[in-house]
Design a protein around this ligand. Sequence first.
Ligand SMILES: [Zn+2]
Length: 229
Amino acid sequence: MSSVPDLRCHATSAICCVAALLLAPGIAARAAEPARVVETYVLPGQQLPATPGATHELRLSLYAFRGSLWTQREIEPAVLDAARLIAQCGVALAGAELRLLEAPRRFHFYSTPVARELLQDLQVSKPAIFFVDDTLNRPAYDAEAIGRANAANRPELANTVWVAHGARDLPLALAHELAHVLSDSGEHSDEPGNLMRAETSPENTRLSAVQCRRLRERGQANGLLAPKP
Ligand SMILES: [Zn+2]
């Protein structure tokens, strides 16, 4: 992950900070360049993994930025592989749309305030996965999930996943973060081979019956999953 400048206010510049705060709303209003969707690609239904016996359906919204590091060729197969992992809980991927966003370059990098700003202007159906160039949050995670439970101070970000380019074991990382969001839980597992171990690894693919039940129940209760008709 790249290093980032320390953007925090220094104590000696308190007066400057106050002035900046007073001016900020006006500046923000004038300088606002809202992100907009310039292209939408619907993943063909025949590509979605068959999930015999599924009880629930998941529809995913995927977002990438024009001019960023991500390509559709990277995103699409990883999302389908992640869906195959979530399918073990009886959840079928019923649809996925990839939207390309035109947005100022600063939005290509994830940080909590910038992501909040993006979602204040953008209508997003959830759960949504954002493919960003990198994260500026510290600690810098390859991928970060925000459920409802950890969105109190950032309500716009509820039910979203943010993935940095170059994330290790991408399909597993996506499935892991989606499981956090659908279950609305930040819990990890120590069980060998479990998808929710804190470190992703190609061997860690399984979800237990208890994890799957919680994922389905909370996912449905939070409007992120629909019972299969
Ligand atoms: Zn995790």
